[in-house]
Design a binder for this molecule. Structure first.
Ligand SMILES: Cc1cc2nc3c(=O)[nH]c(=O)nc-3n(C[C@H](O)[C@H](O)[C@H](O)COP(=O)(O)OP(=O)(O)OC[C@H]3O[C@@H](n4cnc5c(N)ncnc54)[C@H](O)[C@@H]3O)c2cc1C
Length: 351
C-alpha cells in the first residue's frame, strides 16, 4: 500500500516557595543589534513583534520579537544561519498545545514549520510524517491504512514535532514506543548545520521527556507500526474521542499541567488538596479535570503561571507531594533548567 498526502499547515508574582523546574526558555535581554542583524539576514521571511500567544491553545501571552514560518528546508537553513550568526535565542513552535507564553512575549526568534513539513507517506508498515502533521490526523490515517499502535494519538491535539519533543502519550502508549527515527535540524549548533537522523534511543526518552532542546527542530519522523485491523483501530479511536469528551474540558487550556506523580494522578491529587475550581484572576482550575487550568478569554499568562505556582505550593503543603509541571514556559524571567520527571511511562494512564 502506498499513500501520499500533502496537508495544509495546522493551523505576578509566583506564590510558591520554589521555582517551576520544568524546561523553560527565559526572557533574557536580547540586544536590539542582534535582532536587527537577524532581520537583515532574513529579509521578508521574518515578521517583527508577532503575536504568538494567540497561536497557543491557552490563547494568552504576548509577541515574539521575530517570527518565521518556514515553507521548506531551504528557508529553515536560512533561519539556522541567522541564529548562528546572531546568537539570538530560538524556539520552535508547534501547535502551541503545551506552551504558556509570557504576557511580555519572547525577545528571541520563534520558528514554525509550514506546508512542506505536513506530508504523510505510508508504505507497508512504515509511516513517514512531517513535523507539522497533526497528531489526530496521523492517528486516523494510520488506522484507516490498517495499521495498529498509534490510535492513542487521536486525543493529543499537537503536531508531530511537538509530540516527539514532549514524548507525548496516553492510553498506555507514547511517542517513544512508536517512533523509529526522526530528522532533526539544530538551529544553534555550528557542528550540526544540516539535518541529522536521530534513532529513538538517541532521544533520551523518559515519561513526557526527551533530551531535545528548544532550538532543535524535528522535521520528520518514521514509525514502523504493526499490521492491524482497520475496524478495530477505528473503534478504539471512537472510544478515545468519547472518553476525552466525557472527562476533559474544552476551552483555553494546554491539557494536563503537571506530570503524574509515580503511581498516582495529578488530577486526583489536586482535587484531594481541595483545589478544584480554585481561581487566580483570569485562570482557574477546571471543575471537570483538576489537572487542567483554564484561561479566560482575553486572560493573562501571569495568572496561569501564578496558579501553577500556587497549586504546587498548596499540594506540597497539604499533601507533601511535589508536582512537576509538564507545560513548557516561554519568556518568563527565571533561568531555565531541565528537570522533567524521570519516572517511566505508565501503561493505562491517559494524560
Ligand atoms: C486538550 C488537550 C489535551 C492534551 N492531552 C495530552 C495527552 O493526552 N498526552 C500528552 O502527552 N499531551 C497532551 N496534551 C499536551 C500537548 O498536546 C502535547 O504535549 C503535544 O505533544 C504538544 O505538541 P505541540 O505541537 O502543540 O507543541 P508545542 O506546544 O508547540 O511545543 C511544546 C514543546 O515542543 C517543542 N516543539 C514544538 N514543535 C517542535 C518541533 N517541530 N521540533 C522540536 N521541538 C518542537 C517546543 O519548542 C516546546 O518545547 C494535551 C493538550 C491539550 C490542549
Amino acid at each position: 500500500m502506498t499513500e501520499r498526502q500533502g496537508l495544509p499547515p495546522s493551523d505576578g508574582l509566583p506564590r510558591g516557595s520554589q521555582q517551576i523546574p520544568a524546561q523553560q526558555v527565559p526572557a533574557q535581554q536580547v540586544p536590539a543589534q542582534q535582532v536587527e542583524e537577524a532581520v537583515a539576514m532574513l529579509g521578508s521571511l521574518v515578521r517583527r513583534d508577532w503575536p504568538i500567544g494567540p497561536l497557543t491553545t491557552y490563547r494568552v501571552g504576548g509577541p515574539a520579537a521575530l517570527f518565521v514560518e518556514v515553507a521548506d528546508h531551504v528557508q529553515l537553513a536560512a533561519v539556522g544561519r541567522a541564529v548562528l550568526a546572531t546568537s539570538l535565542p530560538a524556539v520552535v513552535l508547534g501547535r502551541g498545545s503545551n506552551l504558556l507564553v509570557a504576557d511580555g512575549g519572547f525577545p528571541g526568534l520563534v520558528v514554525t514549520l509550514g506546508a512542506a513539513f505536513a506530508g504523510i507517506e505510508i508504505q507497508e508498515h512504515r509511516v513517514r510524517a512531517g513535523g507539522a502533521v497533526s497528531l489526530p490526523v496521523l492517528a486516523r490515517r494510520t488506522a484507516a491504512a490498517g495499521l495498529a499502535g498509534f490510535e492513542w494519538a487521536v486525543g493529543v491535539p499537537g503536531l508531530v514535532g511537538g509530540a516527539v519533543h514532549m514524548n507525548a502519550g496516553g492510553h498506555g502508549s507514547d511517542m517513544s514506543r512508536c517512533l523509529s527515527r526522526a530528522g532533526v535540524v539544530s538551529l544553534a549548533d555550528p557542528d550540526e548545520p544540516g539535518e541529522t537522523v536521530m534513532e529513538t534511543g538517541a532521544l533520551g526518552y523518559s515519561y513526557r521527556h526527551s533530551n531535545l532542546i528548544p532550538s532543535q527542530v524535528v522535521t520528520w519522523v518514521e514509525m514502523d507500526l504493526d499490521a492491524g485491523n482497520r475496524k478495530r483501530s477505528e473503534g478504539a479511536i471512537a472510544d478515545i474521542v468519547r472518553w476525552r469528551r466525557e472527562h476533559q474540558p474544552g476551552g483555553q487550556n494546554a491539557g494536563s499541567v503537571f506530570t503524574n506523580p509515580p503511581g498516582d494522578s495529578s488530577g486526583r491529587v489536586i482535587q484531594a488538596a481541595g483545589l478544584k475550581g480554585h481561581r487566580i484572576g483570569s485562570a482557574s482550575i477546571s471543575t471537570k479535570h483538576a489537572n487542567f487550568i483554564q484561561a479566560d478569554p482575553h486572560g493573562r499568562a501571569d495568572d496561569v503561571r501564578a496558579l501553577i505556582e500556587e497549586v504546587r505550593h498548596l499540594v506540597s503543603q497539604r499533601l507533601g507531594i511535589e508536582l512537576v509541571p509538564e507545560v513548557r514556559m516561554l519568556g518568563f524571567s527565571e533561568p531555565g533548567t531541565e528537570a522533567a520527571s524521570s519516572a517511566g511511562s505508565r501503561p493505562g494512564r491517559a494524560s
